[in-house]
Write a protein that binds this ligand. Structure first.
Ligand SMILES: Cc1ncc(COP(=O)(O)O)c(C=O)c1O
Length: 478
């Protein structure tokens, strides 16, 4: 059998001949061009036919014998009988793959502006240029210098002990929580914290409530974990479930953003918080409190977190460093009631096999040395200035009469638009002008309707705000 075609042109220049021979022989066997049972020439003969060293042929044969594509015995080398499926795997591009789960397909959302995080009004992006690179690098250097071999392995369940301890201290000073480090689980940001809550606190098919309008990524995480997601309307006091919601969609998880509702920005009243705890307790539900940006609270102290309102209430508090440091850090945390903390920590450890010990140690160092508090103080002032400049620019440039809300905390404002000016159209025009705004209606599910723009201001220099708002007005003009 002539096999001279095995090394026929084109020959890629950088691939050694023995490797090329191996690959082509393997492809020819897998696609059936050389049939099962075919005896291959002895290595010396094939080497002569192809004009290459015998060692190269021996390399290819040995490799294919190791992969069970060839069988070598005392009679020589022959092609193995391979399952039919493998026999035409050279043509896999013709076939359809099984595809994603139905859950994933259903949870997929159009990702508006996903690649636009660096555009000026992109919601939720902190001042990245203001990040304290030097002190962070110093903490990272120290963490690496002091790293133990233990820290190169998976972190202990719950996360790096130094970070859990630093966070317990930080939360007691800033949030008034009396928590032990053992009640804290370090996560890969809120998103993976929500995924853990969905998998460890609920069973597939249970119902999770989200706010309407609400944080789309939370909806996706809960859906993807196999929960039924029910969207509950919010009003001026926060989540506003009616009796119908409790009766027809009894929740196992209730996901809320009480300090600064995302995206509309209002603060959940204390009465609403207390009612929610009572009702959740009665229904056997968990409240997941997403406290994503209360560090940037303005005009007085924050209302106490739901987590701290009552001892051992059914509340899990989720915090993140995405807004206070940078989103790519991917470090957040959950704070659990003491009664479930041990079990949750163990289950979470088994679910995620946690790591990033060095980064977590660096963050602990950064907090302990006071850099985190200093950075927060600087950013709080900066965001207050930016918000003021944005409000002033919106008021100064004549255009449609609009109402602005949501500035009590965080890094974004909501600009409510009159009904006749559809927010998705303004969004499209604004984003063609490079602004990165998000239409408010994208966060809502029927029957709730809202029409406005979510404007992030964390990552815009004050000096640019006036010009950007001028452009925004252009996009809003009909
Ligand atoms: C409502 C809300 N929660 C949480 C987060 C933080 O998520 P992560 O920690 O996964 O970056 C964000 C960030 O955009 C958010 O808008």
């Amino acid at each position: 059998m002539a096999l001279d075609w095995l090394l026929a042109a084109p020959l890629p220049p950088a691939v050694p001949r023995q490797r090329l021979l191996y690959q082509r022989l393997r492809d020819a066997i897998l696609c059936g061009r050389i049939a099962a049972g075919t005896r291959l020439p002895a290595s010396r003969r094939l080497a002569a036919e192809l004009g290459i060293a015998r060692n190269s042929v021996m390399f290819a044969y040995e490799q294919l014998v190791a992969e069970a594509c060839l069988v070598a015995d005392r009679h020589g080398t022959r092609v193995a009988a391979l399952p039919a499926l493998a026999a035409d795997s050279g043509r896999t591009h013709d076939r359809t793959l099984p595809g994603l789960s139905q859950r994933a397909a259903a949870a997929m959302q159009p990702e508006v502006g996903r690649d636009a995080e660096t555009l000026p009004f992109a919601p939720g992006v902190p001042d990245l240029a203001g990040f304290p690179f030097r002190s962070w690098r110093a903490s990272l250097d120290r963490a690496w210098r002091e790293a133990s071999t233990r820290q190169l392995g998976h972190t202990p369940y719950g996360g790096e002990p130094a970070l859990r301890a630093a966070l317990a201290g930080q939360l007691s000073t800033v949030r008034g929580f009396a928590v032990k480090p053992e009640q804290i689980v370090i996560t890969g940001g809120t998103q993976s914290g929500l995924d853990l809550c969905a998998r460890l606190l609920a069973d597939s098919g249970d119902t999770a409530w989200v706010e309407n309008p609400g944080y789309l990524a939370a909806r996706a995480a809960l859906n993807l974990a196999g929960l039924k997601v029910h969207a509950v309307a919010v009003d001026g006091e926060g989540l506003a479930p009616g009796e119908g919601d409790w009766q027809a969609h009894p929740p196992r998880l209730i996901m809320v953003t009480p300090s600064h509702q995302y995206p509309t920005g209002q603060v959940m009243s204390l009465a609403r918080r207390l009612t929610l705890i009572e009702r959740a307790r009665a229904e056997g539900a968990w409240i997941i409190e997403d406290d994503y940006d209360s560090e940037f609270r303005r005009g007085g102290p924050a209302l106490p977190a739901i987590y701290g309102v009552q001892h051992d209430a059914p509340v899990v508090y989720a915090g993140t460093f995405s807004k206070t440091l940078y989103p790519g850090l991917r470090i957040g945390y959950l704070v659990l009631p003491s009664a479930v903390a041990d079990d949750f920590v163990r289950a979470a450890g088994q679910a995620t096999r946690p790591g990033q010990g060095i980064e977590q140690a660096a963050l602990a160092d950064f907090i302990r040395r006071g850099h985190y508090t200093t950075h927060l103080r600087r950013m709080r002032k900066r965001y207050a200035l930016r918000q003021r400049a944005l409000r002033a620019a919106l008021a100064a440039h004549p255009g449609a009469e609009v109402r602005v809300s949501g500035g009590e905390a965080g890094l974004h404002l909501v600009l409510w638009l009159p009904q006749e000016r559809a927010d998705v159209e303004v969004e499209a025009r604004a984003n063609r002008l490079g602004l990165g705004v998000r239409a408010l209606s994208r966060y809502a599910q029927a029957p709730v309707r809202c029409n406005g723009l979510v404007l992030g201001y964390g990552n815009i220099d004050e000096a640019q705000i006036d010009g950007l708002v001028r452009r925004l007005r252009q996009a809003m003009a009909v």
